[in-house]
Design a protein around this ligand. Structure first.
Ligand code: SAH
Ligand code: SF4
Ligand code: F3S
Length: 469
């Protein structure tokens, strides 16, 4: 066990509670319903799969309709203001649902509610919320729910903890083809705009053995695409005594039997380097996809963001990655309108787009997060100007994405069919090895397999193709 792991007894205690709740439901002859709503990133989706696992083991079935639910869990995100506004709106609306069903238990969890000012606001103004807990307390959900079922009363748990790792709780995954696999939790980077380190606690890595065991199980169950999750996977293992590193982990995962792909996100440019790219190029199962957020292209802005690299270093990094993997698919995250960003500084971001030629981007307008250093930086750039820059950025990237996608047309590429689309013209969805979306003509019984698809068309966002008869 690592020093950040929750003790076996504590996990066993939660499992006993799960058993008790299930037993009570069985004895009363009821099959209660739960509703889970998830905001935010893959980490949160993965957390919600644990919530679903715990609820499933307690005898709950799931509904898409919150008015029917006996238990509602809203797993929140704090990364931008917009995400928080949506949660406030939707939680506010639950007053009606609870009025119709007074025994309904409403739980809020996740990053947003870990912020003391948010927890206070919920306590005061959203009195229909029964349970509130932060990401570090997720593993204690059975205990909170049992108390709420037995005693009613409100339970709020957002202690300021550095964070721990809970192994051995049930999980019910969303899909059958692609799976999330957390390798580490938390973040130590404190980028000046970002709330994540404050709400997710310190970086802590799961032991390589448990990760490899979980990946082995996923492969044996037929999962074909495993995405390793962490806020900065390149610092994986630094907190463990044996100091395994991320490349070592990739090598070991690559040796697991079966036909599947390994992806990972997110890499931080200050910690990614030649060793990682070399490893990727040597591991057949590791997808040729690198998500390497650069956030801004100007050195002053990067310094103010506390990112730890320069524009030149970033571009060199991309060159190195391309040297090892000429076919690498590159994606990135960008923030437009960081406090004080000038037009000239913004142009450096555009310059990176032109030089790196990403396949796709995730672009965001800066959102002020209370409690982060950037929130105190003077910000005189008007909203309309930020929007204009954002639109310029999008236009440039869309043209690049379109061009890069067009280059696939006429080629036959190996794809993983991962779902049904509902579009009769292209009933299948698939991903290329590099993660590009493909809409496919072909039989839906092909879902969950690797196929050679002929690419017939493309646009800014996707490729279109067909499977041979
Ligand atoms: N750990 C990952 C990403 C975490 S959050 C990384 O470092 O790359 C996902 C993305 O949200 C970030 O990459 C950033 O582009 C964006 N983001 C984070 N805080 C933001 C803020 N305050 N305003 C706008 N975008 C933000
Ligand atoms: Fe936020 Fe930076 Fe950590 Fe990513 S690396 S989660 S952007 S603080
Ligand atoms: Fe993810 Fe949002 Fe938390 S992006 S880590 S759910 S703040």
């Amino acid at each position: 066990m690592s020093k950040t792991e929750i003790s076996r007894e504590a996990i066993e205690n939660q499992r006993r509670i799960i058993g008790r709740i299930r037993e009570n439901h069985a004895q009363a002859g009821i099959s209660p319903l739960a509703y889970i709503d998830t905001y935010g990133c893959q980490q949160n989706e993965s957390d919600s799969e644990k919530l679903r696992g715990m609820l499933d083991s307690m005898g709950y079935a799931f509904t898409d309709n919150e008015t029917d639910a006996d238990v509602i869990v809203i797993n929140t995100c704090a990364v931008r203001e917009h995400a928080e506004q949506r949660v406030y709106g939707n939680v506010g609306a639950l007053v009606h649902s609870k009025r119709n069903k007074p025994d309904q238990i409403i739980a809020l969890c996740g990053c947003m509610v870990q912020q003391p000012r948010v927890a206070e606001k919920i306590r005061r103004s959203y009195r229909h919320v029964d349970i509130l807990f932060g990401p570090q307390a997720l593993w204690r959900f059975p205990e909170f729910l049992e108390r709420s079922l037995n005693e009613r009363g409100r339970i709020f748990s957002i202690d300021d903890e550095p964070g721990a790792i809970a192994e051995g709780l049930p999980v019910v995954r969303d899909g059958k083809v692609r799976a999330w696999l957390s390798v580490m939790y938390g973040c130590n980077n404190y980028c000046s705009y970002c709330i994540v380190p404050y709400v997710r606690g310190r970086e802590r890595s799961r032991r390589p053995e448990v990760i490899i065991e979980e990946a082995g199980r996923l492969a044996a169950e037929g999962y074909k695409d495993i995405t390793l999750l962490g806020q900065n996977v390149n610092s994986y293992g630094k907190d463990l005594d044996s100091k395994p590193d991320f490349s070592e982990l990739l090598f070991r995962l690559n040796e697991i039997d079966g036909e599947f792909l390994i992806r990972f996100m997110t890499s931080h440019p200050k910690d990614a380097g030649e060793r990682l790219f070399k490893t990727m190029s040597e591991c057949r199962k590791v997808a040729r996809h690198l998500h390497l957020p650069f956030q801004a292209g100007n050195d002053r802005v990067l310094r103010a963001m506390n990112r730890g690299y320069t524009k030149t270093q970033y571009l060199e990094l991309i060159d190195t990655a391309k040297k090892y993997m000429p076919d690498i698919v590159l994606t990135s995250d960008i923030i437009v309108g960081f406090p004080g960003e000038t037009e000239a500084e913004f142009n450096d971001t555009l310059d990176i787009l032109e030089k790196a030629r990403f396949d796709a981007l995730f672009t965001f307008i800066y959102s002020k997060r209370e409690g982060t250093p950037a929130a105190d930086m003077p910000d005189l750039v008007p909203k309309a100007e930020k929007q204009r820059r954002f639109d310029t950025l999008l236009k440039l990237q869309n043209a690049i994405s379109e061009e890069k996608h067009a280059a696939y047309v006429g080629k036959t590429v190996r794809v993983l069919t991962d779902g049904k689309s509902g579009d009769p013209r292209y009933p299948l969805t698939a991903r290329t090895n590099g993660g590009r979306l493909v809409r496919l003509r072909g039989s839906i019984d092909k879902v969950g397999s690797f196929q050679n698809a002929e690419i017939t068309d493309s646009n800014t966002w996707a490729l279109f193709g067909e499977l041979p008869e």
